[in-house]
Design a protein around this ligand. Structure first.
Ligand SMILES: Nc1ncnc2c1ncn2[C@@H]1O[C@H](COP(=O)(O)OP(=O)(O)OP(=O)(O)O)[C@@H](O)[C@H]1O
Ligand SMILES: O=P(O)(O)OC[C@H]1O[C@H](OP(=O)(O)OP(=O)(O)O)[C@H](O)[C@@H]1O
Ligand SMILES: O=C(O)c1cccnc1
Length: 478
């Protein structure tokens, strides 16, 4: 991740519980924990999974050094044997996860840790914070990119992000979901996500007038000149000055103005007028970028008003996921070894939505003959689905709602990442993750993607898993 030692970044209760397991000699019992979430931000129809690469880096580098052990010792509540265990800590668990970029849905496990309970407990906080943050931003970015209907989106949020990690990993997550690039240079330096941008009002203000500023900029960047035209008066000054720069500076060099940016005012009216003025001046290829507290709703609205926009610069509302800033991923125990046998566990709640699905599970995604996603089905891990036979899908809450599907493809979504602590997954490049996201996003029906009242994608249980869940509910209700 970086050079900071983040081992102590965990809720303190992970350490007190881990110490408890150790003292009670329960530490080596094999447990299964599922990461899942219960509701989609912004009442959306889908979310996007992101952050796995950083989870992998964390698990590979998790070590308790001398400083950490001395610090924990100073708390005077931890057993000596436990501290000794921590100082020799090695991650030995299995991890399964979905691929980054996958569309994900409530209640299904998106990452599973199976291993000694003491290890599962210690890694909870970092796994959740990493996945919750990046999945939140990847989801928001997917909504924004989709609303832009093929027009480019650039992530402009670094200055408004909640700290530097949020700006870096936020830009990474947004890139997975299809933004063209970012204003954040560090992210290009570190992840090769294209750093892009225009200019600020300060540049224009620093010269005696707008034309002089534009001319100076065009002299330095004749090949890539994008001018901010709204500092004084967009239609009366900004665009005429941009056209004058074309005539007086760029024409003699045989170059063309690349673009303009507007950051205020009525962006529909102004871009429609700007497009006319640029076209009349022979600048048909000059692109129009807009910014100003944009999000998916405003972008959709601007497009419906006929705004003439090529690129949306989106900052604060993307990088902070302002409309709903929490991705509620949780880490719940679903099975534990009892007398050497992995035994499914359930957490019952009066709220049906909060009753967990027990057992070590797999998630299968079903696609129709046109490769469109029909439903996800959670199964017991070892269950297999034979796609040559019809499969009965049924709603786990309203079981009379059934559908037999005959022609379909199916694939398991949870793939092995670590086996006994050893990384067995070949981490894809960011470009591969982005391409995978695009491919899988395209399998979603428009009804699932739409912003308003989306269709609820089916997340079902296999008959075996449903029966097991009912059995456990009955057992504990009694
Ligand atoms: N045609 C439009 N339809 C809907 N919303 C728009 C439209 N044009 C701009 N907006 C959005 O309206 C919000 C406020 O814009 P407004 O014009 O009131 O402020 P502003 O342009 O920032 O003002 P100022 O000129 O003081 O900077 C912004 O989020 C902007 O993106
Ligand atoms: O509105 P956002 O979606 O967050 O997009 C980024 C904003 O950041 C910049 O404004 P700022 O006032 O910080 O600087 P500038 O106008 O001087 O460039 C830019 O002009 C956008 O308005
Ligand atoms: O390059 C830009 O236009 C930019 C960068 C950051 C924030 N707002 C705008």
């Amino acid at each position: 991740m970086d050079d900071r030692k983040l081992t102590m970044l965990m809720d303190f209760y992970e350490l007190t519980m881990a110490n408890g397991y150790y003292v009670d000699k329960k530490d080596k019992e094999i447990a299964v924990f599922d990461v899942f979430f219960r509701s989609i931000p912004d009442k959306g129809g889908y979310a996007i999974f992101a952050g796995l690469e950083q989870v992998i880096e964390y698990l590979q580098n998790l070590k308790f050094g001398k400083d950490e052990i001395e610090f924990l010792e100073s708390k005077k509540i931890f057993d000596k044997g436990f501290l000794n265990y921590l100082s020799n800590f090695e991650f030995t668990a299995d991890v399964y996860a979905m691929r980054e970029g996958t569309p994900i849905f409530p209640h299904e496990p998106i990452l599973v840790v199976k291993g000694p309970i003491i290890e599962c407990q210690l890694v909870e906080t970092m796994i959740l914070l990493t996945i919750n943050h990046q999945s939140l931003i990847a989801t928001k970015a997917a909504r924004i990119v989709h609303a832009a209907k093929g027009r480019s989106v650039i992530e402009f949020g670094a200055r408004r992000a909640h700290g530097y990690d949020a700006s870096i990993y936020g830009a990474r997550a947004a890139y997975i979901s299809g933004v063209l690039g970012t204003s954040n240079t560090y992210v290009d330096f570190k992840y090769s996500i294209p750093a892009l941008g225009t200019m600020a009002h300060s540049y224009i203000q620093s010269y005696e007038d707008e034309y002089t500023a534009f001319k100076a900029y065009a002299d330095v960047y004749p090949d890539s000149c994008v001018l901010l035209v709204d500092t004084y008066n967009t239609l009366k000054q900004g665009i005429p000055n941009a056209i004058k720069v074309q005539k007086e500076v760029l024409d003699p060099l045989g170059k063309k103005l690349k673009g303009i940016r507007l950051d205020s005012g009525d962006l529909a009216y102004l871009t429609i007028q700007a497009r006319k003025m640029l076209d009349e001046a022979g600048l048909e290829d000059c692109k129009i970028t807009v910014s100003n507290s944009l999000d998916e709703y405003l972008i959709k609205e601007l497009i419906s008003q006929g705004a003439q926009i090529d690129t949306f610069g989106v900052g604060e509302r993307l990088v902070t996921a302002r409309s709903e800033a929490v991705f509620g991923g949780v880490f719940k125990l679903s099975a534990i070894e009892v007398n050497k046998k992995l035994t499914p566990k359930i957490k019952i709640s009066e709220n049906v939505q909060k009753t967990t699905t027990p057992g070590f599970k797999q998630v299968y995604r079903f696609y129709d003959e046109n490769c469109m996603a029909i439903a996800d089905v959670m199964t017991l891990f070892e269950e297999e689905i034979d796609a040559s036979k019809p499969y009965l899908l049924f709603d786990p809450d309203y079981v009379w709602k059934k559908k037999m599907i005959e022609t379909y493809n199916v694939k398991p979504l949870l793939i092995p990442i670590f086996k006994k602590g050893k990384l067995v997954y070949e981490t894809p490049s960011l470009e591969e993750i982005r391409a995978y996201h695009k491919q899988e996003f395209n399998t979603l029906w428009p009804a699932v993607i739409r912003l308003e009242n989306p269709h609820e994608y089916y997340v079902d249980l296999s008959e075996k898993l449903w029966t097991l869940k009912q059995k456990l509910i009955k057992k504990y209700k009694r």
